[in-house]
Design a protein around this ligand. Structure first.
Ligand code: CDP
Ligand code: MG
Length: 871
């Protein structure tokens, strides 16, 4: 006989891997939890859905009784002093002027678009208009509202704010739900949740039973998830005429959304803000010269410089020259220093900066291509000093600093702590708060607190504070001009998170944050020339710049689309991505073993659909946990998702490569990475100084390593969410019992998740599973599509003469003078056969099974017992 089977598929559906999340002790507030997380086979999926719909039937009866109570309590509460005093404050918000209009239009139309400036009261007030209106009616008609937020942090902070406005605790009528955390109860009628949470709920409950209103907030951000949610809602509103949908957006483009929903009505809330003075890098430099070279004639003249003078200064010819140079340097800065840079250009660049000795001596001193980020941070510190010093004509107020990500926030925070002016414990003039999505909710709340008189509040934030979070007392904004953006990286063939310049729209939005209560000031750390000539007008919608694998899987997991052709679903999106992009994604999904040729999800596909990461990284994570080499798999996954921590400065390339070779083993750049990472982890235990030195000596980027550590934590949470690993107290208990020596993380079966972490062969095999079909064969060194390729000089395999196995898997392919593969890892042929994701052929010949792989390129055949022994 001769039959084909897909190894990956049978593998993941075999019984011991059919992971069911063990039932945790149920929180009482969690009775109406969405669908259980893990779906393994179609059968259990169907059972699960039956269970869910039963639960909703039972619920309907108790809802009415609860509503009676809620209406009564609301009537009593309205009379309370606390409620009334906040109400007066609320009624001043521009959104209140449209209250009647909104309610009137909602009574006539199923879908509504509301746009209005950030801070006008959309998120906090509009859901309450609807809820309160219904609470004055009969208990059968009490609204049950879901309002989606693009970020976890805004879901929490808004829910807490709204609960406060209603003079109650969060978790009663107002609640929130984000991945892994929910605060809500059977009395919750207004739920703020992340877009992802609602999409997950739709997987088990397409009809959204019991929900009366869906409010999609911040639709203008055009995240992949919100575009997708709109598509789903477009179908649901047809099936459920009583469900009302409201789209809320911060700026323009309201027409686009209205058109998408059959030209539904649009309400525009008029905004009021105060003017904000806008300054650019050249101004920032002028100001910091003043700070750092106090006493010089130049500084003395700057000292009295008013904002008008600053502006005039900018228009002078000398300044144009500065600007031109800076523009040039920023242009160079854009080029990734780890990519092949042209040496003499970079030399110019260094000389160029040296010409600005006046900028800051310490800047020049610490300046090297390796830690360019530091320059920005030093400039920011100098600007903060200038602002706090108060020798200018602006009023006191809070300062909001926008940085691209967590790592930069940490760096600046630590830098400021070593400055007595900003140190949180010693300074009585400033208090510094970081603000990003991974903070606890108490830490987040701290940013809203008004400091004592005479103390300046400094908030260092990601673009979270751009639209989702409004801090009222901000007068100063410092915009680093950078943000993290998901992009399709052609050289890696996958999604990656990159630091990019913001768009003009982002920059203006950031600037606007300074004009909430009075007129304010904004410093952008890019030149005015850069602003008008190099920044995009607007960010491209996410769906147009990311690979579509993840979206394909999420479409397929929804019952309403599971039998639809992907192309037809995509064409109904608000602004469909290019068809080539979809085609490429489908091929990658097939190569990976997640989607069958007739577009059905495989079991692997089901699991990948619930991991919001690039599918290859997802596969590496899943396999890492299944094969108990979780930690190394996550380290590698984090570097694939972000970037390699190895840096190679132009003037020290050789030395850097040599250092990397010291980490090398088993012909693998990824295993070298693991060693380097481990060393860094150890060094961080000895303190900041030690880890800084470790990075310097070994040509590693501390910033990248930190970002990787944070990604690893997020990945672990994701795996724990879908039941592939167990964390926390319970896991530690089990571990104690089983005397595991690990780090408290267990796999789904309760075994230590890292018992195979020291097996390099296995780790290479996992890589093969994730990266296939990115394979080259030595001697030939041909890939399936490019013909001849070369190993990059920065790879540990560059000078290797002999490989034990002729196959290398790689991640990234770059084309300069020739086609190079960058990081690569040797694999033996057996993992290639077993984890390659391709169709494996098994034949019975003379009483023995012959396993063979032939994808038209790699040909291999072996007896089955050989395969089993050798992996
Ligand atoms: O959604 P939109 O940007 O239109 O405004 P919002 O988030 O509803 O904010 C309206 C007002 O509530 C602003 O003045 C905020 O400062 C205030 N607010 C607050 O004090 N605390 C929060 N956690 C959220 C909003
Ligand atoms: Mg809002």
């Amino acid at each position: 006989g001769n039959w084909k089977f897909d190894i990956t598929q049978s593998f993941l559906s075999s019984s011991h891997l059919a992971v069911e999340k063990e039932s945790e002790p149920e929180e009482e507030t969690d009775e109406d939890e969405g669908p259980a997380p893990v779906m393994v086979e179609n059968e259990s999926y169907v059972n699960l859905k039956k269970k869910i719909s039963k639960r909703y039937d039972w619920q309907a009866k108790s809802v009415r009784a609860e509503n009676v109570k809620i209406c009564k309590q609301f009537r009593i509460k309205q009379a309370s002093r606390q409620f009334q005093s906040i109400l007066q404050e609320r009624q001043l918000l521009p959104a209140w002027e449209e209250r009647e209009n909104i309610l009137k239009l909602l009574s006539k139309h199923q879908v509504l678009v509301i746009s209005g400036m950030t801070g006008c009261g959309k998120t906090t007030q509009i859901p309450q208009f609807i809820l309160d209106d219904s609470l004055n009616g009969p208990p059968e008609k009490v609204a049950n509202i879901i309002c989606t937020q693009p970020r976890r942090i805004s879901a929490i902070s808004v829910a807490e704010r709204v609960a406060k406005e209603r003079a109650e605790r969060v978790g009663l009528t107002v609640g929130y739900q984000i991945r892994l955390e929910s605060v809500k109860s059977s009395a919750t009628r207004l739920l703020y949740c992340t877009t992802g949470v609602l999409l997950r709920r739709l997987e088990g409950d397409t009809a959204l039973q019991g929900i009366t209103h869906i409010i999609v907030d911040e639709v203008h951000e055009r995240t992949e998830e919100s575009d997708f949610l709109l598509l789903v809602l477009k179908d649901i509103v047809l099936q459920r005429p009583t469900l009302q949908v409201i789209l809320m957006s911060a700026t323009l483009n309201a027409e686009l959304f209205s058109k998408y929903f059959n030209s539904c009505p649009v309400i525009t809330i008029p905004g009021r803000t105060f003017p904000v003075d806008q300054f650019f890098l050249e101004d920032a430099i002028a100001v910091t010269r003043y700070v750092l070279q106090d006493g010089s004639p130049y500084a003395r003249s700057m000292k009295q410089m008013s904002k008008e003078k600053l502006k005039a200064r900018r228009s002078r010819t000398a300044f144009e020259e500065v600007e031109e140079d800076l523009r040039f340097s920023l242009h160079l800065h854009d080029q990734d220093s780890t990519k092949d840079a042209v040496p003499d250009q970079q030399l110019d660049f260094k000389q160029l900066l040296a010409r600005y000795k006046g900028v800051s001596k310490s800047v020049i001193r610490t300046m090297s291509i390796m830690d360019f980020e530091k320059v920005n941070l030093e400039l920011i510190e100098a600007l903060l000093e200038w602002i706090v010093d108060g020798k200018h004509s602006y009023p006191p107020g809070a300062i909001l600093v926008f940085l691209p990500g967590l790592a930069e926030i940490k760096m600046l925070y630590e830098q400021l702590q070593s400055n007595s002016l900003f140190n949180n414990r010693r300074s009585n003039r400033c208090v510094v708060h970081p603000l990003h999505s991974s903070l606890s909710s108490e830490e987040q709340q701290a940013v809203f607190v008004k400091p004592p008189v005479g103390v300046t509040k400094i908030i260092i934030s990601t673009n979270i504070a751009e639209t989702s979070i409004t801090i009222d007392d901000v007068v100063y904004v410092i915009d680093s001009g950078k943000m993290k953006e998901k992009r399709y990286d052609a050289s890696k063939g996958m999604e990656s998170l990159e630091d990019t310049f913001v768009s003009q729209a982002n920059a203006l939005q950031r600037k606007g944050r300074a004009g909430r209560v009075a007129s304010g000031v904004c410093f952008h750390l890019f030149t005015s020339h850069h602003f008008s000539h190099q920044l995009l007008k607007q960010q491209l919608p996410e769906i147009q710049r990311v690979p579509l694998e993840q979206l394909c899987l999420r479409i397929k997991i929804l019952e309403m689309f599971s039998t639809h052709n992907l192309q037809s679903v995509f064409s109904r999106l608000i602004e469909p991505p290019h068809t080539d992009s979809l085609r490429a994604s489908k091929i990658r999904l097939r190569d990976l073993g997640a989607l069958t040729p007739d577009e059905k999800l495989t079991p692997l596909g089901y699991h990948l659909a619930s991991l919001p990461v690039d599918v290859r990284i997802g596969k590496l994570m899943l396999f890492g946990s299944i094969f108990r080499c979780l930690d190394p798999a996550l380290t590698i996954a984090a570097s694939l998702a972000f970037k390699s921590p190895f840096v190679s400065p132009w003037d020290k390339k050789e030395e850097a490569n040599q250092k990397k070779l010291e980490f090398a083993f088993a012909n693998s750049d990824y295993l070298a990475l693991l060693r380097a990472y481990k060393g860094w982890q150890l060094s961080t235990k000895e303190g900041m100084r030690a880890s800084y030195n470790y990075c310097r000596q070994n040509f590693l980027s501390g910033r990248v390593l930190q970002e990787m550590a944070s990604l690893k934590r997020q990945f672990t949470e994701l795996l724990s969410d879908i039941g592939f690993v167990k964390e926390g107290l319970r896991a530690r208990e089990i571990e104690k019992r089983t005397q595991g020596g690990g780090d408290g993380i267990l796999d789904a079966t309760g075994e230590e998740a890292n018992s195979n972490a020291e097996n390099p062969k296995l780790i290479s095999a996992m890589l093969c599973a994730a990266l296939y079909p990115n394979v080259v064969q030595e001697l030939k060194f041909v890939t399936k599509n490019d013909g001849c390729v070369h190993i990059h000089p920065s790879s540990v395999n560059y000078q290797v003469r002999h490989f034990d196995s002729p196959y290398l898997v790689y991640h990234e392919k770059i084309k300069t003078s020739r086609v190079f593969i960058r990081d690569c890892s040797m694999v033996s042929v057996y993992p290639l056969v077993l984890f390659g994701g391709g169709q494996v052929n098994v034949q019975l010949q003379r009483g023995e099974f012959i396993v063979s792989l032939d994808d038209g390129w790699i040909r291999f055949a072996a007896a089955s017992h050989q395969v089993a022994e050798l992996v």
